[in-house]
Structures are given as structure tokens and as C-alpha cells.
Design a protein around this ligand. Sequence first.
Ligand code: FES
Ligand code: FES
Length: 163
Amino acid sequence: MIAKVLISFELNSKKIEVETEPDRRVIDLLREDLGLTGVKESCGRGDCGSCSILVDGFVRLSCLMLAVQLHGRKILTIEGLNELEGVSISVQDAFVELGAVQCGFCTPGMIMSTIDLLNSNPKPSRNEIREAISGNICRCGAYQKILDAVETVTEELSESKNV
Ligand code: FES
Ligand code: FES
């Protein structure tokens, strides 16, 4: 039997400690051990983006990370967005209001990639948005509406800054 490792990290604004196996993936820790099922697994090999989370503010694929790599980091999943204000709420609202959600399977990952983009580039062009979500596959083909939603958020944010 493999000995477990104690890791501590910040998860959705709360500090936690958890014991985990050295070879456990982040997605399994989040979904199975911590009940955060908003993180979705599709390909399990880095191709689809559905398992995207933010690690220290940058989008990462939780199917390709080991849980032990979370030690000392700040993790944000889709479940943690409602605790925040501003950009994260606006992005979620825009996806719902503009019909960018169909089956919803890709949505958490799309939103995490969008937040990563807006953290570094608050006013991206449509092409920059396209590039930022290019690692996220939507099997429903809702790409145009997803682009519209992200574009709407960026316009609203820049208008609110100009008020
Ligand atoms: S499930 Fe991680 S990239 Fe597809
Ligand atoms: S909305 Fe169904 S996979 Fe994107």
C-alpha cells in the first residue's frame, strides 16, 4: 500500500489540509474526495479543457496534474466563483443570458479559461478570445455564442470602468 501524503492549499478561498496518494490526479481529488463535481472530465489526457481550474490565477488542466502539486497553491474551481465579485460573476451571467450554455459540460472549463484571459487582458479582441478558449472543446458547437458572451463581458467591464 502506498503511503499517503499530507498537503495543504487554499481551495475556493478556504485553507484546507488533505491526505492523498502521491499518484492521485487533481481531478480525482476534487471530484471524488472533495465533492467538487463542477470540474468535468472528458478526455482525461489534456485535449479538451473540460477539467480546467485556476492555479495561482492561471488556467491549468486538472487531469494532467498530481494532487501533491497543489501544496501551497491557491486553487479556484467553478464552485468558488460565487464567493468572488466582479469579473467572475459577470462572466457566468453573460454565459447564461446569451445562451452560451447548451448541455453545459464544457462551460466550467470555458469560464475558467475566460477568467484567466481577463486577468491578463481585460479588453481582448475577438481573435484573442478565440485563441484563449482554443484549448476548450464544446461538443455542442456553441462557439459563436460563447465568443459573444465573453465579448459582452469585456464591453460591460470597460464601460463600467469609464463611468
Ligand atoms: S479532461 Fe482534462 S483536458 Fe480533457
Ligand atoms: S455546451 Fe455542450 S459541450 Fe459546450
